[in-house]
Design a binder for this molecule. Structure first.
Ligand code: SF4
Ligand code: SF4
Length: 343
């Protein structure tokens, strides 16, 4: 690991944009702060707890054309729509939980099958995370194995210091390369104590009611098949509206649907985000729906996060970012389900 100091975020973004890099970073939009492409360095905002959207859409867009096709009585023509190349991209301002979630998403699009669209975007993207110096009541990263200044899944980690500069540490070979390429922007690292002092308020404020044995106990409860039809599911998620906001905002939710759209004779095959909370997600063409009621859909989402990810990849399916809690219109809180499912 190499360390250094970045004096000015503005200088970094300017240098990247002059180098024709696409820069994705936190940007104000109305009352929200979103990950979005920056038109200029001034659009970057450091005034955010966590972006409203996760960064998954920059690797796995909400909608994407995979192929187009045309057919007539002579035959069928299919054209692959995988671009020759994707733009070199730097994502600045991911929180450590986001970066960790991207690591989990990598497994989905790499191990079970290789998604060229995802993998090519991933290859040309550098993730520069920024440590958390504050938290809110929805944050619970430490309960899932994360840290406000964790480096898992990022290439570089920046920690904001009191004088407006950033403490820099590399977290991957790509991060090392980045530091070397932009050497002139960085100076020697200050005392590491300054960095640790900057993240201490986040550590001090993090909730502790889920630490210790809770995640393991949740996994043990889910492993016990006797709990598959527990009446807890109905009691815990009775308010859920099936709106899917939790799945779309989650950095690790990755369900999608493949649909053909077009007119007679030609069309496009698209990959669109989908979500296991929607009532039609498992609807069969026969009309049968194995998850016809919301408790079964919630059970699926929760089991995916706290059992399936671990069983398949030994990776976290939930990184404790708290987005699903903040966006839920009825106040459904995944940590309440965790607590109940740990007893
Ligand atoms: S389940 Fe909720 S808290 Fe966990 S990673 Fe997804 S959005 Fe974040
Ligand atoms: S955001 Fe809330 S109401 Fe909407 S599907 Fe998720 S848990 Fe249910």
């Amino acid at each position: 690991m190499r360390e250094g100091k970045l004096g000015s975020m503005n200088d970094l973004i300017t240098a990247l944009q002059l180098d024709n890099q696409r820069v994705i970073a936190p940007k104000k939009k109305g009352s929200r702060v979103l990950f979005a492409e920056l038109g200029s360095p001034e659009e970057f905002t450091a005034d955010y707890l966590i972006t409203h959207n996760s960064m998954k859409e920059f690797f796995f867009p909400q909608s994407e054309v995979l192929v187009d096709f045309a057919y007539d009585s002579e035959g069928v023509e299919v054209n692959d729509r995988l671009p020759e190349s994707f733009p070199e991209t730097v994502i600045i301002g991911a929180r450590p939980c986001d970066a960790r979630g991207q690591h989990s998403l990598d497994a989905v699009f790499t191990v079970d099958y290789e998604d060229d669209f995802y993998l090519r975007r991933r290859a040309v993207t550098t993730i520069i995370a920024i440590s958390c110096t504050k938290t809110d009541a929805a944050c619970f990263c430490t309960a899932t194995g994360g840290k406000p200044d964790g480096t898992d899944g990022s290439d570089l980690l920046l920690t904001p210091l009191a004088d407006g500069s950033y403490y820099v540490e590399t977290a991957s070979p790509k991060g090392e390369e980045f530091l070397s390429k932009h050497e002139s922007l960085f100076s020697p690292a200050p005392e590491r104590g300054q960095r640790d002092a900057a993240v201490k308020p986040a550590y001090d404020a993090l909730r502790t009611d889920l630490d210790g044995d809770v995640p393991m106990a949740v996994k043990g409860w889910l492993d016990n098949y006797a709990n598959y039809d527990s009446d807890k599911w109905t009691k815990l998620v009775a308010n859920c509206l099936s709106c899917g906001a939790c799945t779309f905002s989650c950095p690790t939710c990755h369900c999608f649907d493949i649909v053909d759209e077009g007119k007679l004779g030609k069309g496009e095959r698209k990959k669109n985000w989908d979500g296991c909370q929607f009532d039609h997600f498992t609807l069969h063409s026969s009309g049968h729906n194995p998850r016809e009621r919301q408790p079964k859909r919630w059970r699926n989402r929760f089991t995916c996060k706290f059992k399936i990810y671990q069983d398949k990849w030994e990776l976290p399916g939930c990184v404790g970012c708290g987005r699903c809690i903040r966006v839920c219109p009825v106040g459904q809180d995944i940590t309440e389900v965790m607590k109940s499912a740990s007893k």
